[in-house]
Design a protein around this ligand. Structure first.
Ligand code: PBG
Length: 327
């Protein structure tokens, strides 16, 4: 055969394969989601997310230490409060679970980077991401509570806030309140392109945040749409978002690529609880190679254009990066 072009030439050995890698990853782009729960001496495994735990504030530092040893420098903090009410008042309470966790974490591990999830669903008795008006989630009334929540996180030591509620105008509202209080330099990572997804199932288990009636389709996006995702991303950039997130990751990588092309801000992809749980379950059955699947999922998110990757596998991925198996 007289073949001029032979792509296999560049696949002949590990050294050349590494040389021509198009996707390079770095531990500094990993964010680990972490659950803080009210109470004491709690480190309980989340049944639907094997290997992931809910930590009380006193136990949280042990996990922060493991993260920092693994070289993971950023966390996304979620709170699971003891008391929920109609308006989610524990979300913005000065002594709320996230606020206390932040103060403690900052004290013990001041060099980690703390991002907080800003939402109401873990804190409302009805489990929706905002305040209700009848059976509807009331957009404009929710903005004030979200902004107050973000401000209270920053006052407790958050480095960055990440609104995940999908209310219209929340980035602008949060930006305004942070600026008014002198926090002009605190970035906002917006969960801008967030779909109404069944992939969040295990998370809602973990956080006890499943809606008590109805679903989230009136505020989270319809999986059939992608141009709408660009609209959301552009609006949030306009409102002052510094980073745009696409969520979930695996089934929405087209959006990662498109948002990357349509905007000039960093794009984050969140590999959510359902993605993690599927891999764990299949690996337990010995049906797949957990490490290789985990790596492949990460690589595909970066290849699609993500600069930042949120994953429950952050520690394990960091190890694979250290050992040169990916990246
Ligand atoms: C909302 C929020 C959710 C997740 C992150 N922030 C749940 C939801 O929208 O129902 C899901 C994360 C995951 O599934 O890993 N506070």
């Amino acid at each position: 055969m007289e073949l001029i072009k032979r792509p296999r030439r560049l696949r002949g050995g590990e050294t050349v394969r590494r040389m021509v890698r198009e996707t390079r990853m770095d531990k500094s782009s990993l964010i680990y989601p972490l659950f803080a729960i009210d109470g004491e001496n709690i480190e309980e495994e989340i049944p639907s997310m094997e290997g992931q735990y809910r930590y009380s504030v006193d136990r949280l530092p042990y996990e922060l230490e493991r993260l920092s040893k693994a070289g993971v420098s950023s966390v996304m903090l979620f709170g699971i409060p003891e008391h929920k009410d109609e308006v989610g008042s524990q979300a913005y309470a000065q002594d709320g679970i996230v606020q206390r966790a932040l103060r403690e974490a900052r004290k013990q591990f001041p060099d980690l980077y703390y991002i907080t999830d800003v939402c109401m669903c873990e804190y409302t008795s009805h489990g929706h991401c905002g305040v209700l008006c009848g059976h509807d989630v009331e957009n404009d009334g929710t903005l004030e509570l979200l902004s107050k929540t973000a401000l209270s996180h920053v006052q407790a030591g958050a480095d960055m806030v990440a609104p995940s509620d999908m209310m219209d105008g929340r980035v602008a509202a949060i930006r305004r309140l942070l600026d008014k209080n002198g926090y002009k330099e605190i970035p906002i990572m917006s969960y801008a392109v967030k779909y109404a997804s069944a992939f969040y199932g295990p998370f809602r288990d973990a956080a006890g945040s499943a809606p008590s009636f109805g679903d989230r389709k009136s505020y989270q996006m319809d999986p059939h749409n992608s141009r709408e995702g660009i609209k959301e991303a552009l609006m949030d950039v306009e409102e002052g978002a510094d980073i745009i997130m696409v969520k979930p990751a695996m089934s929405y990588l087209d959006l990662v690529t498109r948002v990357k092309e349509a905007t000039n801000v960093p794009v984050a992809a969140y590999s959510v609880s359902g993605e993690y749980a599927m891999v764990k379950a299949a690996a337990k059955m010995d049906w797949i190679d957990e490490e290789r699947i985990m790596c492949e999922m990460a690589v595909s998110a970066y290849r699609a254009g993500a600069q930042i990757y949120l994953t429950y596998y952050a520690k394990e991925l960091a190890k694979c990066m250290d050992e040169g198996r990916i990246g």
